[in-house]
Design a protein around this ligand. Structure first.
Ligand code: ZN
Length: 210
């Protein structure tokens, strides 16, 4: 699938899974110095490949009749400072709940390690601004995910599939934490417990053959 076809495919999945509603949320894929991004003002389940603009990493429109997503400066800022090849940004419910009530998502499940452990909430700034782009870039340092205060969440990956799966994981972790708060006080994993998970993942036990 071409980058623009991927945007259509994962845009549909994002809507199907309820990660975005209306025209909210945006996705992008980087190939070399070019970035295919979802357009402004079109619901993600109604995209066609031709609708998706292509910009260069400096932010010039290279291809397409529609304007790139208003959050394109944030995507470009992240590409400028990470090895990401794809970015997913949504206003998913539980991610946004955490982003409006907390300053970080503590690791209450070991799968948080796939996002880099603690997920930081980037300081609030108006959507589409260079300030928001800078805040998100800072919150993403050394991580695969960040939340955006009073706004939503963002994940990065080596492929759009990976970034999308990390968005699903981020939403799941936020849901577990928020639902946990309704039941009691969620226990946060210690650095030692998380280090043990990394150790285990790096050295899986081998089952002896008969
Ligand atoms: Zn947004």
């Amino acid at each position: 699938m071409s980058p623009r076809e991927q945007l259509c495919e994962y845009g549909r999945r994002a809507v199907d899974l309820g990660l975005v509603i209306g025209t909210s949320g945006n996705l992008s894929v980087r190939e070399g110095d070019l970035v295919a991004v979802t357009p402004s003002g079109v619901a993600l389940d109604r995209l066609t490949p031709e609708m998706c603009p292509v910009v260069d990493v400096a932010g010039h429109l290279v291809e397409g009749d529609l304007q790139p997503s208003s959050e394109t400066p944030m995507h470009l800022a992240v590409y400028g400072t990470t090895d990401a090849r794809a970015i997913v940004h949504t206003h998913s419910v539980f991610g946004t709940v955490v982003a409006t009530t907390m300053t970080e998502l503590p690791p209450v499940h070991y799968n948080a390690l796939m996002l880099g452990g603690v997920v930081k909430v980037a300081e609030y700034a108006t959507y589409g601004t260079p300030e928001l782009a800078a805040n998100v870039r800072a919150a993403l340092e050394g991580k695969r995910a960040a939340l955006m205060a009073n706004h939503g969440g963002v994940t990065i990956g080596g492929t759009l599939e990976e970034a999308f799966e990390l968005t699903r994981l981020l939403e799941w972790l936020c849901e577990v934490y928020v639902r946990g708060l309704g039941v009691g006080k969620p226990t946060v994993l210690t650095d030692e417990q998380l280090a043990a998970v990394v150790e285990r993942a790096l050295n899986p036990p081998e089952f002896p053959r008969l």
